[in-house]
Design a protein around this ligand. Sequence first.
Ligand SMILES: [Zn+2]
Ligand SMILES: [Zn+2]
Length: 200
Amino acid sequence: MDDIILRYSGPATVRRSYMNEFLVHCPKCGHLATVTTSQSYDTSKDKLICQTCNHVEKRNDHTRYKAVVKRNCDNCGQSIDVTIPNNKEKVEELTLPCANCGQVRTYKPRNDAYRLIYNSIGACDPIFHLPLWFQIDIKGDTFWAYNRLHLVEIRSYVTAKLRERQTTTHTTMVECLPNFIKAAKNRMIIIKAIDKLLKK
Ligand SMILES: [Zn+2]
Ligand SMILES: [Zn+2]
């Protein structure tokens, strides 16, 4: 077992430090695609690129608006409750007749933004919800990693015999790993699974 190192001396990183890149299955061809995000409020540069079929998707192209008008008719007092989903742009005005008295008015709707995501199963990326490239079943539990760096860091943690806390200021990514990954009895099976994924 020369694979086992004594002490884990990896960085005291949190999981978020690995969440700038996600390797996923391309929604078009199923091969390896990369999702990148700036992890900031400005999501305009967040995108998916497939290395095989060159498919590109931008995160913001998945934004939709639900236009909502909720008020009472100014003629008869009847409540008006209209929702029009799936608009690519914000809806500035909606002209509607009252269902009760037929009075037509133009309203300024409220626009609720939401994002269309893929309907994938298993471990997925948090932006497009596409299946992660690095995932494998280990005795009924799903082992997964966002990207190569994340996978390599988990590997170096799993191979270490001594896992002392790297910091007391926060809980690190490796400390948050599920118990089946941290269990000493699973060490070899986890390392094997990771090595299989690294060759993928
Ligand atoms: Zn593709
Ligand atoms: Zn009315």
